[in-house]
Every structure is written in structure tokens, then in C-alpha cells.
Design a protein around this ligand. Structure first.
Ligand code: R5P
Length: 299
């Protein structure tokens, strides 16, 4: 049984009579959520003009209603759809707007790394909050992004659900591929009572970087690597390869957000016993739904 603790619900939202707005990038998730709760779903008409521009329209009345818009911002078109839907909600008189962005794209550009760059995550946060009263996301890559919101904003964790799903492989060890993911892997480990560690990088020579768990040996163990994002799959593939070389019996890979750019899936399937993600981004490996997480936290 997973343990729940609501992160935050502001006073202005009544626990009753909210409407779900089914963002085009999160239709599956919105449906799964609506099957669990008794709230009206407003569908969205979405089409593309011959020149590629996007059209969206709310297919129901929202005037005076407390609306919960669910829309992931990947791929890029998801962002445009989100911005237009936020405008549509305000334009059509929504009483309040709670924006749920299950995967917050561009979260890795959370600061200016080089002169001349934008802070992309902040640019998106600024647009979202123009027309939102409350914001939720899931396993944001960098917590700095949450500070870019002046409205109340909540970063939820899907790690307990990933960990629960991972139990089927009976892992002996949960591993974060880097130090930055310690908090995530700790959270997962609390849920299923399995040891955790993270990979430390050591430069061996010009071409070789060794990845080794900081404290715990992997020999003969079933290892589960947990991360926030799989994009090119490079991080997971390299980690899995090295753990197998160090004697791990099996290595599995779980992440909240599965982007799977280019041939990421193929590369991962070659080394990992299994690969799974949540439905923050809908895809072949979305084996874990975050619908119960949204239900518990928002309703
Ligand atoms: C890095 O800090 C992130 O937590 C992920 O490990 C990274 O974004 C994964 O990217 P890729 O799959 O391209 O290695």
C-alpha cells in the first residue's frame, strides 16, 4: 500500500465540482484520472492548419468553474497547445485554473549556462502563471524551476509509484545514476524498503569514465536504476553496462518521464532487463500511471 500525503490544496479551491480539461498531449492520463474520480471532463478540439499552425477549442462551458487543465509539454507542440488553452480558459470565464504539467519540458535549461542563452524553463513558467492560479508538475528535473513561479506551485513525486512497479523484479538495490537524483531514489527506497545508492563518476583516462556505486557493491544483485528522465538513453545505457560489468545479475531501468529520443529504446533494450516509465509522457513504455498520484494530491 502506497503512503499518501497531500502536498498542498489552497483554500480557494472547493474539493467539489471541479472540471478536468483534457489537454491534447495528456488525453490518456486525463481519462485514467477521470475513471477514478467523479468530475466532468471537457474535451478539446485540436487541429492543424495546412501551414502547420495549431487550433484548439474547449468543447464545453467553463464559465465560473474551477478547472484543472492537464497538459504535458512534450513534444514542442504541447507547449503551444498549453498556452492557447490557458488563454481559452480565461477568455471563456473559468473561475479558477489549476494547471497540471505532468512533464515540464525544458526543465533542464533552468539557468543561463552560457552568455546569450535564455532561461527557457523560466520563460515557460512566466507564461503559465499569467493565466493559472495554481501549478502542479511531477519530478521536475531541477527544483530551481519551482522558484520561477510566483503562484503556488507543487512538485509531486512519482517515485513511490515507480518503486511499487519495480517490486515485480525483486530488486536488491535502487540506484540513482548521479548525485543529483539522491532525493528521488531515497523516496523510492522508503516505499519498498530496498537499499539505495548513487553512481559516482571517476575519470580513468581521456576517454573512460568509471561509474560505480558510492557505497554498495552490485555483484550478484538485481539492480534498479531510477531517474527522472530518459532522453537519449545515454545515461541509463552507460550506467547499466558498467553495473553489469561490475557483476550485477540484472539491471532494470525506470524513469518518470520517457522521451526516448532517436534510438534510445533499442539501446536500452539491449542492456536492460526491463525499461519502464510513467504516463507523464504517453508511450510504449508508460507502464505506470500517475493518475492515482493526481487523485490523491488534487482531489
Ligand atoms: C540528468 O541530469 C538527468 O537526470 C537525466 O539523467 C538525463 O537527462 C537523461 O538524459 P539521457 O537519457 O539523454 O542520457
Amino acid at each position: 500500500m502506497l503512503s499518501f500525503q497531500k502536498s498542498y490544496i489552497p483554500d480557494f479551491l472547493s474539493p467539489y465540482d471541479r472540471m478536468l480539461i483534457e489537454g491534447p498531449a495528456s488525453t490518456g492520463l486525463t481519462q485514467r484520472l477521470s475513471e477514478r474520480i467523479d468530475e466532468k471532463v471537457i474535451e478539446v478540439e485540436r487541429k492543424k492548419f495546412p501551414d502547420g499552425e495549431i487550433y484548439v477549442r474547449l468543447e464545453g462551458e467553463v464559465e465560473g468553474e474551477d478547472c484543472v487543465l492537464i497538459q504535458t509539454t512534450y513534444p514542442n507542440e504541447g507547449l503551444i497547445e498549453l498556452f492557447f488553452l490557458l488563454d481559452a480558459l480565461r477568455e471563456n470565464g473559468a473561475g479558477s485554473v489549476t494547471t497540471v504539467v505532468p512533464y515540464f519540458g525544458y526543465g533542464r535549461q533552468d539557468k543561463k549556462f552560457e552568455e546569450g542563452e535564455p532561461i527557457s524553463a523560466r520563460a515557460i513558467a512566466r507564461r503559465i502563471q499569467l493565466d493559472s492560479d495554481l501549478f502542479y508538475t511531477v519530478d521536475i528535473h531541477s527544483k530551481i524551476v519551482m522558484d520561477y513561479f510566483d503562484i503556488d506551485s507543487v512538485n509531486l513525486s512519482a517515485m513511490p509509484w515507480l518503486a511499487d512497479h519495480a517490486k515485480v523484479h525483486e530488486p536488491d538495490l535502487l540506484i540513482s545514476p548521479d548525485e543529483g537524483g539522491i532525493e528521488r531514489v531515497k523516496r523510492a527506497s522508503q516505499e519498498i524498503d530496498v537499499e539505495w545508492d548513487y553512481l559516482q563518476k571517476k575519470r580513468i583516462n581521456g576517454e573512460t569514465i568509471e561509474l560505480k556505486p558510492k557505497k554498495i557493491g552490485v555483484e550478484g544483485k538485481v539492480v534498479m536504476i531510477l531517474d527522472d528522465i530518459i532522453s537519449t538513453g545515454g545515461t541509463m545505457t552507460e550506467a547499466a553496462k558498467q553495473l553489469l560489468e561490475q557483476g550485477a545479475e540484472e539491471v532494470h531501468a525506470g524513469a518518470t518521464h520517457g522521451l526516448f529520443a532517436e534510438d534510445a529504446l533499442e539501446r536500452l533494450d539491449n542492456v536492460c532487463g526491463s525499461v519502464f516509465c510513467t504516463d507523464t509522457i504517453e508511450g510504449e513504455k508508460s507502464e505506470v500511471t500517475i493518475a492515482p498520484l493526481l487523485e490523491e494530491e488534487l482531489f
